[in-house]
Write a protein that binds this ligand. Structure first.
Ligand code: UT7
Length: 330
């Protein structure tokens, strides 16, 4: 097996549910207001997947179909599918297997990856390693989260934050200097209790009691997570810049996980880069967990030039955090 083939992003796809849940609508559901949400988080609205019977696998399949259509690619040519998600359709089978069958990628092998808001960065690293070894030539890496399925819409501290979406990329071998250049990944279980879905897994299997105690919903201690996320996302972005000898001028774009505008601003300040170089769409979609970073790539794809230096950076539950250095290939 050959080694060190560089992976490149050869297409980006996305799926956004139609329903727009505005801050105004949330004002009628919980004790909150538009002004608080916008100043504390940067969020104005988010998308919610309302169709019964549709969830993360469906959204991932729609994002994948967009990629296949753009490249006029036969789904049978896909070697592997990785779906990063914390809202799998089922605990098992893997969401990625369902997505695989929905798109007809009959020659692929598929699996899910659980790294919460860092899921896309983790999956990108995994997918590019599969290209690097020569094991695969075409890997779909998709972040898909139906966060509304685990949000308590009576809890004002979390229900304002999250939205539903899927977005992803196709990875292929690069034949020039562009592609995925470097990754840094970190994790630590010390934050497990601060950001968690307590019920439904093997330690607290679903029961009347877990449902009564609302353990199937997201639990988050906002302030400590905010502090660690601000440090973690900025530290790892600066770490990857130093490791690759990138100055602030060398960085064309910061592609940050969209959890809170204040965390994104702090990361940009630590990197010493100006706001014009930062991809921000949290106002429109909120925190879509594993989908935020590829959704930014999708929204900005028309403004990116071949050879642009992108620093992707994320922090999330686990804790997990990491950064990727990409030289844009399209
Ligand atoms: O993506 C994965 C990682 N997750 C994150 O990065 C999220 C990190 N955390 C955050 O983004 C922020 O902590 C939040 C947006 C969740 C909260 O913002 P905050 O500035 O940390 O607010 P806080 O939790 O310190 O609460 C301040 C006040 C509290 O009232 P008192 O105790 O000061 O009277 C809250 O009860 O704001 C209150 N509050 C609200 N008020 C209106 C909390 N949620 C709301 C709300 N509307 N929706």
């Amino acid at each position: 097996m050959s080694v060190n083939i560089k992976a490149k992003i050869s297409a980006v796809g996305h799926y956004l549910p139609e329903y727009v849940l505005t801050n105004k609508e949330l004002e009628a559901m919980v004790d909150t207001d538009d002004e608080w949400i916008r100043t504390r988080t940067g969020i104005s609205e988010r998308r919610i997947l309302k169709d019964p019977g549709k969830a993360s696998a469906y959204m991932a399949a729609e994002a994948a179909r967009e990629i296949l259509n753009e490249l006029d690619l036969d789904p049978k040519e896909i070697d592997a599918i990785i779906v990063a998600t914390v809202t799998p359709d089922y605990l098992f089978p893997a969401t990625a297997c369902l997505t695989q069958t929905m798109i007809g990628a009959t020659n692929a092998f598929s699996f899910d990856l659980s790294a919460a808001c860092s899921g896309f960065i983790y999956a990108l690293s995994t997918g590019s390693a599969m290209i690097s070894t020569g094991q695969c030539k075409k890997v779909l890496v998709i972040g898909s989260d139906k966060m509304s399925s685990i949000v308590d819409f009576t809890d004002r501290s979390t229900c304002i934050l999250f939205g539903d979406a899927a977005s992803g990329v196709l990875l292929e071998p690069s034949d020039d200097e562009t592609g995925i250049i470097d990754h840094i990944l970190h994790s630590s279980g010390e934050g497990a209790e601060a950001l968690i879905q307590k019920g439904g897994g093997s330690i607290n299997p679903a029961s009347h009691e877990t449902v009564d105690k609302k353990m199937h919903y997201i639990y988050q201690e906002g302030r400590p997570v905010f502090k660690r996320a601000t440090e973690g996302m900025a530290d790892v972005a600066v770490e990857i810049m130093k490791k690759n000898k990138l100055s602030a001028d060398d960085v064309d774009w910061l592609v940050p996980h969209q959890a809170n505008l204040r965390i994104i601003d702090a990361t940009a300040r630590r990197m010493d880069i100006t706001t014009e170089k930062v991809m921000i769409n949290i106002d429109k979609y909120g925190n879509t967990t594993a989908a935020t970073i590829p959704l930014c790539l999708y929204d900005w794809r028309g403004r990116l030039n071949k050879g642009d230096n992108l620093v992707l950076s994320a922090f999330g539950g686990g804790y997990t955090w990491g950064a990727t250095y990409v030289k844009w290939s399209l």
